[in-house]
Ligand binder design. Sequence first.
Ligand code: ADP
Ligand code: MG
Length: 361
Amino acid sequence: MARITAQNLIKRYGAFQAVHGINFDIADGEFVAILGPSGCGKSSTMRMIAGLESISDGAILFDGRPVNDLRARDRNVAMSFENYALYAPITVYENIAFPLRSAGMDAASIDRAVRSVAEKMELGQLLSLKPGALSSGQAQRVGLARALVRKPAVFLLDEPISHLDTRQRYRMRRFIKSIHQEFGHTMIYVTHDQEEALALADRVMVMSDGLIQQLAAPDEVYTRPANAFVAGFVGEPPINFLDFTDADDRGLTIEGNRVALTEKLCGLVRQIGPRGIAAIRPHFLRLGGGSPVQLRGQGFITEELQDHNEIFVDVGRTRIALVTPPGQKVHRGEDVTVSVDPDHLLLFPAGNKVREHSDDI
Ligand code: ADP
Ligand code: MG
């Protein structure tokens, strides 16, 4: 097991800089998900930890000792990718045993290690099969077992289940969580899927453009995002962004609606200035009045999803989404009032970059 620290970590590919001097500290036995859009530097960061990519500047430390100059195989790190590439001509047993045979372990110890990991990974019945006879989920589990059998100090997973269909992904997600509970490794899990990151990790490291935007517990990332990028990347349906203007010590204006502010938000407004972005999650909005923060709008559409409804309302020029209990509805063009939970109203500076998809709902 190991604690992993990055100090001003930089990755350059020629003249292009992919990771811009990031710092983090991952505790021994912690499960951290690196979350962000394609190209933000997740795999580069992971591969530098694994020793598969050189460190351009800064340092990575395992338990306080720099590993910059340690080769991958001397770092005691296991890595599992989307592409698990099992050896087709040999059995599941031999696939799992392979890293131990390469390391020169004796046959009796190999047998104990393989059977132990196979049992934990629910592969006991499949040991004599060849990879061709496995489902993609089973093959993925064999790949994980092969990585785990060496008892690594750190387990790195780079989008290991993104190629599976939705059901298999759900199953594998629970499996990966149980591996962490069972083995207790320090685990780092790269994904672009925010739901996966939130469901699995002790802490989520949100990256964009080669920088860490926030590193915090899932609940914190969801309810107290560090900036508009994190707010927009995390959560489904995506958070609503509305421009605000004319902010002062008493309140602000959102699409023609003057709303009062709590003490805390007034303090924030003093830092942000008179204009900016107001953000509110669909789950913290409801139809009807009764809140000090209300928005007037016109109904657009209701999606009835049985266990909840998603309702879309046009507030000025902005279409917002609400998640409501089943049964609630709006009709197209109907005048409606939407109440905002003031504790969950977020304000960000106008210049904050937001994710594209949240603009086009
Ligand atoms: P992610 O895993 O978040 O999708 P990567 O770490 O793979 O992102 O890539 C970050 C950036 O670095 C991207 O712009 C990518 O094109 C670039 N990049 C990654 N690997 C290389 C490489 N071997 N040579 C040049 N550029 C690379
Ligand atoms: Mg990647």
